[in-house]
Design a binder for this molecule. Sequence first.
Ligand code: NAP
Length: 244
Amino acid sequence: MHVLILGGTAEARALAGLLHPHTRVTSSLAGRVANPRLPEGEVRIGGFGGPDGLARWIAEHGVDRVIDATHPFAERISFNAARAAATAHVPLLALRRPGWVPAEGDDWREAGSLEEAAAALDGLGGRVFLTTGRMGLAVFARCPQWFLVRSVDAPEPPMPARTEVLLDRGPFTLEGERELLRRHRIDVLVTKDSGAAATAPKLRAAREAGVPVVVVRRPPVPQGVETAASPQEAAAWALGRTEL
Ligand code: NAP
Protein backbone atom coordinates (compact mmCIF):
# COMPACT_ATOMS: atom_id res chain seq x y z
CA MET A 1 0.00 0.00 0.00
CA HIS A 2 1.38 3.42 -0.98
CA VAL A 3 -0.42 6.52 0.29
CA LEU A 4 0.23 9.94 -1.23
CA ILE A 5 -0.46 12.86 1.11
CA LEU A 6 -0.77 16.29 -0.46
CA GLY A 7 0.54 18.32 2.45
CA GLY A 8 1.75 21.66 3.68
CA THR A 9 -0.25 21.68 6.92
CA ALA A 10 0.22 20.53 10.52
CA GLU A 11 -2.59 18.00 9.98
CA ALA A 12 -0.76 16.53 6.98
CA ARG A 13 2.36 16.08 9.11
CA ALA A 14 0.33 14.45 11.88
CA LEU A 15 -1.28 12.11 9.34
CA ALA A 16 2.12 11.07 7.91
CA GLY A 17 3.25 10.34 11.49
CA LEU A 18 0.20 8.11 12.04
CA LEU A 19 0.71 6.13 8.81
CA HIS A 20 4.50 5.78 8.89
CA PRO A 21 5.90 3.13 9.27
CA HIS A 22 2.67 1.03 9.09
CA THR A 23 2.41 1.73 5.39
CA ARG A 24 4.48 3.42 2.69
CA VAL A 25 3.68 7.10 2.73
CA THR A 26 4.89 9.95 0.55
CA SER A 27 4.13 13.55 1.52
CA SER A 28 4.12 16.15 -1.22
CA LEU A 29 4.93 19.80 -0.51
CA ALA A 30 4.50 22.68 -2.93
CA GLY A 31 7.89 24.17 -2.07
CA ARG A 32 6.56 27.61 -1.08
CA VAL A 33 8.26 27.72 2.33
CA ALA A 34 12.06 28.04 2.33
CA ASN A 35 12.65 25.81 5.35
CA PRO A 36 9.58 23.57 5.79
CA ARG A 37 8.92 21.29 8.74
CA LEU A 38 9.32 17.85 7.22
CA PRO A 39 6.90 14.99 7.93
CA GLU A 40 7.90 11.38 8.65
CA GLY A 41 8.15 9.01 5.70
CA GLU A 42 9.14 9.94 2.16
CA VAL A 43 8.88 13.54 0.98
CA ARG A 44 8.79 15.08 -2.49
CA ILE A 45 8.78 18.81 -3.15
CA GLY A 46 7.40 20.89 -6.04
CA GLY A 47 4.39 21.01 -8.34
CA PHE A 48 3.32 18.02 -10.46
CA GLY A 49 2.46 20.00 -13.58
CA GLY A 50 -1.32 20.22 -13.25
CA PRO A 51 -3.87 17.38 -12.91
CA ASP A 52 -2.34 15.33 -15.74
CA GLY A 53 1.10 15.49 -14.14
CA LEU A 54 -0.36 14.43 -10.81
CA ALA A 55 -2.25 11.54 -12.43
CA ARG A 56 1.00 10.42 -14.08
CA TRP A 57 2.89 10.62 -10.77
CA ILE A 58 0.20 8.51 -9.09
CA ALA A 59 0.42 5.84 -11.79
CA GLU A 60 4.23 5.82 -12.03
CA HIS A 61 4.74 5.55 -8.26
CA GLY A 62 2.12 2.88 -7.61
CA VAL A 63 -0.02 5.09 -5.38
CA ASP A 64 -3.09 3.26 -4.02
CA ARG A 65 -4.77 6.10 -2.11
CA VAL A 66 -4.51 9.88 -2.12
CA ILE A 67 -5.27 12.16 0.80
CA ASP A 68 -5.60 15.85 0.06
CA ALA A 69 -4.44 17.31 3.38
CA THR A 70 -3.58 20.73 1.93
CA HIS A 71 -4.64 24.01 3.49
CA PRO A 72 -8.40 24.66 3.11
CA PHE A 73 -7.54 27.69 0.95
CA ALA A 74 -5.20 25.83 -1.43
CA GLU A 75 -8.01 25.57 -4.00
CA ARG A 76 -6.12 24.67 -7.16
CA ILE A 77 -4.28 21.62 -5.84
CA SER A 78 -7.54 20.26 -4.36
CA PHE A 79 -9.24 20.62 -7.72
CA ASN A 80 -6.22 18.99 -9.43
CA ALA A 81 -6.32 16.12 -6.93
CA ALA A 82 -9.99 15.44 -7.70
CA ARG A 83 -9.30 15.38 -11.46
CA ALA A 84 -6.14 13.29 -11.13
CA ALA A 85 -7.67 10.72 -8.76
CA ALA A 86 -10.56 10.22 -11.19
CA THR A 87 -8.16 9.82 -14.14
CA ALA A 88 -5.86 7.42 -12.26
CA HIS A 89 -8.81 5.52 -10.68
CA VAL A 90 -7.54 5.82 -7.11
CA PRO A 91 -9.67 6.70 -4.08
CA LEU A 92 -9.30 10.27 -2.80
CA LEU A 93 -10.10 11.71 0.61
CA ALA A 94 -9.93 15.39 1.60
CA LEU A 95 -8.74 16.04 5.16
CA ARG A 96 -10.34 19.29 6.26
CA ARG A 97 -10.20 20.45 9.86
CA PRO A 98 -13.47 22.14 10.88
CA GLY A 99 -13.70 25.89 10.38
CA TRP A 100 -13.76 28.35 13.27
CA VAL A 101 -17.08 29.22 14.88
CA PRO A 102 -17.70 32.67 16.42
CA ALA A 103 -18.13 32.77 20.19
CA GLU A 104 -20.09 35.14 22.42
CA GLY A 105 -18.56 38.61 22.15
CA ASP A 106 -16.92 38.10 18.76
CA ASP A 107 -17.36 40.84 16.15
CA TRP A 108 -16.79 38.95 12.88
CA ARG A 109 -17.40 40.23 9.35
CA GLU A 110 -17.50 37.50 6.71
CA ALA A 111 -15.81 37.99 3.35
CA GLY A 112 -16.10 35.68 0.35
CA SER A 113 -12.60 36.45 -0.91
CA LEU A 114 -9.49 38.48 -0.12
CA GLU A 115 -10.87 41.24 -2.39
CA GLU A 116 -14.04 41.39 -0.29
CA ALA A 117 -11.89 41.42 2.86
CA ALA A 118 -9.95 44.43 1.56
CA ALA A 119 -13.22 46.25 0.83
CA ALA A 120 -14.59 45.34 4.28
CA LEU A 121 -11.75 47.24 5.99
CA ASP A 122 -13.33 50.60 5.18
CA GLY A 123 -14.40 52.29 8.38
CA LEU A 124 -12.89 49.67 10.71
CA GLY A 125 -9.84 51.73 11.70
CA GLY A 126 -6.39 52.60 10.43
CA ARG A 127 -4.27 49.78 11.87
CA VAL A 128 -4.75 46.31 10.39
CA PHE A 129 -3.26 42.99 11.49
CA LEU A 130 -3.16 40.87 8.32
CA THR A 131 -2.65 37.11 8.78
CA THR A 132 -3.83 35.79 5.42
CA GLY A 133 -0.35 34.82 4.21
CA ARG A 134 2.14 36.52 1.95
CA MET A 135 0.66 35.26 -1.33
CA GLY A 136 -2.48 37.43 -1.56
CA LEU A 137 -0.93 40.70 -0.39
CA ALA A 138 -1.32 42.46 -3.75
CA VAL A 139 -5.07 42.64 -3.12
CA PHE A 140 -4.42 45.04 -0.22
CA ALA A 141 -1.78 47.10 -2.07
CA ARG A 142 -4.06 50.10 -2.62
CA CYS A 143 -5.47 50.17 0.90
CA PRO A 144 -4.60 53.38 2.76
CA GLN A 145 -4.37 51.73 6.21
CA TRP A 146 -1.20 50.75 8.07
CA PHE A 147 -0.65 46.96 8.00
CA LEU A 148 1.11 44.54 10.29
CA VAL A 149 1.69 41.52 8.02
CA ARG A 150 2.63 38.25 9.71
CA SER A 151 4.03 35.51 7.47
CA VAL A 152 6.46 32.59 7.56
CA ASP A 153 8.67 33.91 4.75
CA ALA A 154 9.20 37.52 3.69
CA PRO A 155 6.47 38.83 1.36
CA GLU A 156 7.29 40.50 -1.95
CA PRO A 157 5.69 43.58 -3.51
CA PRO A 158 3.10 44.63 -4.43
CA MET A 159 1.92 45.21 -0.88
CA PRO A 160 0.36 48.13 1.02
CA ALA A 161 2.58 51.23 1.09
CA ARG A 162 2.55 51.32 4.90
CA THR A 163 3.48 47.78 5.94
CA GLU A 164 5.44 46.32 8.81
CA VAL A 165 6.39 42.67 8.32
CA LEU A 166 6.59 40.23 11.20
CA LEU A 167 8.26 36.95 10.22
CA ASP A 168 6.92 34.21 12.45
CA ARG A 169 5.17 30.87 12.32
CA GLY A 170 2.69 29.27 14.69
CA PRO A 171 1.76 27.93 17.09
CA PHE A 172 1.06 31.28 18.73
CA THR A 173 0.11 31.81 22.38
CA LEU A 174 -2.84 33.77 23.71
CA GLU A 175 -0.51 35.95 25.79
CA GLY A 176 1.66 36.63 22.75
CA GLU A 177 -1.34 37.58 20.61
CA ARG A 178 -2.76 39.88 23.31
CA GLU A 179 0.58 41.63 23.56
CA LEU A 180 0.84 41.97 19.76
CA LEU A 181 -2.60 43.59 19.47
CA ARG A 182 -1.76 45.96 22.34
CA ARG A 183 1.75 46.90 21.20
CA HIS A 184 0.68 47.67 17.64
CA ARG A 185 -2.63 49.29 18.66
CA ILE A 186 -4.47 47.03 16.20
CA ASP A 187 -7.97 48.18 15.11
CA VAL A 188 -8.94 45.20 12.96
CA LEU A 189 -7.71 41.66 12.29
CA VAL A 190 -7.98 39.91 8.91
CA THR A 191 -7.80 36.11 8.76
CA LYS A 192 -8.72 33.20 6.56
CA ASP A 193 -11.00 30.64 8.22
CA SER A 194 -8.20 28.09 8.40
CA GLY A 195 -9.65 26.46 11.54
CA ALA A 196 -6.16 25.71 12.85
CA ALA A 197 -5.65 25.40 16.61
CA ALA A 198 -2.11 26.77 16.23
CA THR A 199 -3.40 30.13 15.00
CA ALA A 200 -6.72 30.35 16.90
CA PRO A 201 -5.47 32.38 19.92
CA LYS A 202 -5.55 35.59 17.84
CA LEU A 203 -9.35 35.24 17.66
CA ARG A 204 -9.74 35.14 21.44
CA ALA A 205 -7.27 38.01 21.85
CA ALA A 206 -9.32 40.05 19.35
CA ARG A 207 -12.57 39.22 21.20
CA GLU A 208 -11.09 40.31 24.53
CA ALA A 209 -9.77 43.55 23.04
CA GLY A 210 -13.03 44.34 21.20
CA VAL A 211 -11.18 44.17 17.88
CA PRO A 212 -13.39 43.29 14.86
CA VAL A 213 -12.25 40.38 12.69
CA VAL A 214 -12.71 40.09 8.94
CA VAL A 215 -12.94 36.33 8.27
CA VAL A 216 -12.43 35.07 4.72
CA ARG A 217 -14.72 32.11 4.06
CA ARG A 218 -13.31 28.83 2.71
CA PRO A 219 -13.70 27.68 -0.87
CA PRO A 220 -15.77 24.47 -1.14
CA VAL A 221 -14.21 20.99 -1.32
CA PRO A 222 -14.48 19.72 -4.95
CA GLN A 223 -17.82 18.05 -5.62
CA GLY A 224 -18.13 14.38 -4.78
CA VAL A 225 -14.91 14.19 -2.72
CA GLU A 226 -15.28 12.38 0.60
CA THR A 227 -13.95 14.31 3.64
CA ALA A 228 -12.46 13.53 7.04
CA ALA A 229 -12.16 16.03 9.88
CA SER A 230 -9.08 14.70 11.68
CA PRO A 231 -5.74 13.02 10.90
CA GLN A 232 -6.93 9.95 12.86
CA GLU A 233 -10.06 9.63 10.71
CA ALA A 234 -8.00 10.05 7.53
CA ALA A 235 -5.41 7.46 8.68
CA ALA A 236 -8.19 4.95 9.40
CA TRP A 237 -9.57 5.54 5.88
CA ALA A 238 -6.13 5.01 4.33
CA LEU A 239 -5.63 1.76 6.23
CA GLY A 240 -9.14 0.54 5.40
CA ARG A 241 -10.30 0.49 9.03
CA THR A 242 -13.37 1.99 10.64
CA GLU A 243 -11.20 3.64 13.30
CA LEU A 244 -7.53 3.92 14.16
P1 NAP B 1 -2.75 26.16 -4.78
O1 NAP B 1 -3.00 27.54 -5.26
O2 NAP B 1 -3.91 25.28 -4.53
O3 NAP B 1 -1.81 25.38 -5.79
C1 NAP B 1 -1.04 26.02 -6.79
C2 NAP B 1 -0.09 25.00 -7.38
O4 NAP B 1 0.93 24.67 -6.44
C3 NAP B 1 -0.76 23.68 -7.72
O5 NAP B 1 -1.39 23.74 -8.98
C4 NAP B 1 0.41 22.73 -7.66
O6 NAP B 1 1.23 22.84 -8.82
C5 NAP B 1 1.24 23.28 -6.54
N1 NAP B 1 0.94 22.66 -5.24
C6 NAP B 1 0.12 23.11 -4.24
N2 NAP B 1 0.15 22.30 -3.19
C7 NAP B 1 1.00 21.29 -3.52
C8 NAP B 1 1.47 20.15 -2.83
N3 NAP B 1 1.07 19.87 -1.56
N4 NAP B 1 2.35 19.33 -3.47
C9 NAP B 1 2.78 19.61 -4.73
N5 NAP B 1 2.37 20.69 -5.42
C10 NAP B 1 1.50 21.52 -4.82
O7 NAP B 1 -1.84 26.18 -3.47
P2 NAP B 1 -1.36 27.40 -2.54
O8 NAP B 1 -2.55 28.07 -1.96
O9 NAP B 1 -0.34 28.18 -3.29
O10 NAP B 1 -0.66 26.57 -1.37
C11 NAP B 1 0.57 25.90 -1.60
C12 NAP B 1 0.85 24.96 -0.43
O11 NAP B 1 0.95 25.70 0.77
C13 NAP B 1 -0.22 23.90 -0.23
O12 NAP B 1 0.41 22.65 -0.17
C14 NAP B 1 -0.90 24.26 1.07
O13 NAP B 1 -1.22 23.13 1.84
C15 NAP B 1 0.12 25.14 1.76
N6 NAP B 1 -0.51 26.27 2.49
C16 NAP B 1 -1.36 27.11 1.85
C17 NAP B 1 -1.96 28.14 2.56
C18 NAP B 1 -2.96 29.06 1.91
O14 NAP B 1 -3.49 29.94 2.61
N7 NAP B 1 -3.27 28.91 0.64
C19 NAP B 1 -1.66 28.31 3.92
C20 NAP B 1 -0.76 27.43 4.54
C21 NAP B 1 -0.19 26.40 3.81
P3 NAP B 1 1.07 21.85 -10.08
O15 NAP B 1 -0.20 22.24 -10.75
O16 NAP B 1 2.30 22.11 -10.88
O17 NAP B 1 1.02 20.45 -9.52
